[in-house]
Design a protein around this ligand. Structure first.
Ligand SMILES: C[S@@+](CC[C@H](N)C(=O)[O-])C[C@H]1O[C@@H](n2cnc3c(N)ncnc32)[C@H](O)[C@@H]1O
Length: 274
């Protein structure tokens, strides 16, 4: 774990190298989720499964006949979700060679592409065609460079057919201003909407991805920050604690993510191509 933190704290951040190293050093959901949370990370993925399925239904697009692309597939959690939801034409992708190789082994029936969504060569996307639905889950806040971030949305818009929907997660800060770390950046809702608009995309719907079970990056409540810190430390240090915390919070989390329209943490958004 210490090695992974060292990778993230490099002064010159090289995203592809960071993710190749991270995928090489880990297997399963630990490699793509919140580092070190053990059992709590598994419960966080159970919440994601519920909230993702709900968001896909809300797009109003019939999944069965849709062409679907998942960007930054990592270990393939959302490839499994799309298959569960009945997608017949699914493409997975990642810019990490390690992830792509493993995905090809783990999902023999799914086409897996090596794809950097921030590419400066949009012509390289043409062979993929266009899609009815694209998912980009917990990827975009890892694009720390602003020019690359703008290119990511421009490329996503190229890959979406008109009327298609982009389902993605972001931190959409409104209680705070931009937060920068070596390997992730939390941008404001306003900044993200500006990037989306420039690409011809607009948000139709946005709701919490997490309320209690993730870092409250978009809250100025010290109590909430403290509660998260305690949960995190217990999950990291006490065997079984992460699982117990996750099991206790799962049902309230599923309800709160449905009821609230703004969250203190990451959110899931549906954007439409105009
Ligand atoms: C936090 S993981 C999320 C993986 C998966 N979407 C999930 O939620 O389980 C981020 C993933 O995005 C990939 N990634 C990061 N930047 C990318 C980029 N510019 N283009 C494509 N994939 C990228 C990483 O290799 C990694 O697999």
């Amino acid at each position: 774990m210490r090695e992974l933190r060292a990778i993230g704290s490099r002064v010159e951040f090289d995203p592809r190298r960071y993710w190749n190293d991270r995928h090489e050093q880990t297997r399963g959901l630990d490699g793509v989720g919140f580092l070190g949370l053990r059992g709590l990370n598994d419960w966080m993925y159970r919440v994601r499964r519920r909230v993702f399925a709900r968001a896909v239904r809300q797009t109003g697009i019939e999944v069965g006949p849709a062409r679907v692309l998942d960007v930054g597939s990592g270990t393939g959690f959302y490839l499994e979700r799309w298959r569960e939801l009945g997608t017949s034409e699914l493409i997975g992708s990642d810019f990490s060679d390690v992830a792509v190789e493993r995905l090809r082994g783990d999902f023999p029936g799914v086409r897996i592409e090596s794809l950097d969504i921030t590419t400066e060569d949009p012509a390289s996307l043409e062979p993929l065609g266009t899609f009815d639905l694209i998912s980009v889950m917990d990827v975009l806040y890892h694009v720390v460079d602003d020019a690359a971030y703008a290119r990511a949305f421009a490329n996503l818009a190229r890959l979406l057919r008109r009327g298609g929907r982009l389902v993605f997660t972001e931190n959409f800060l409104h209680a705070r201003s931009e937060l920068n770390h070596a390997w992730h950046t939390s941008r404001t809702l306003e900044a993200i909407e500006t990037h989306l608009r420039s690409a011809g995309l607009f948000i139709e719907r946005r709701q919490p991805w997490f309320v209690l079970m993730n870092e409250p990056v978009d809250s100025d409540s010290r109590l909430h920050a403290r509660a998260w810190w305690v949960m995190r430390k217990m999950s990291e240090k006490v065997p079984g604690a992460g699982f117990a915390i996750g099991a206790g919070l799962y049902a309230p989390e599923v309800v709160l993510t449905r009821l609230l329209s703004e969250g203190p943490s990451s959110e899931i958004a549906i954007a439409r191509h105009t």
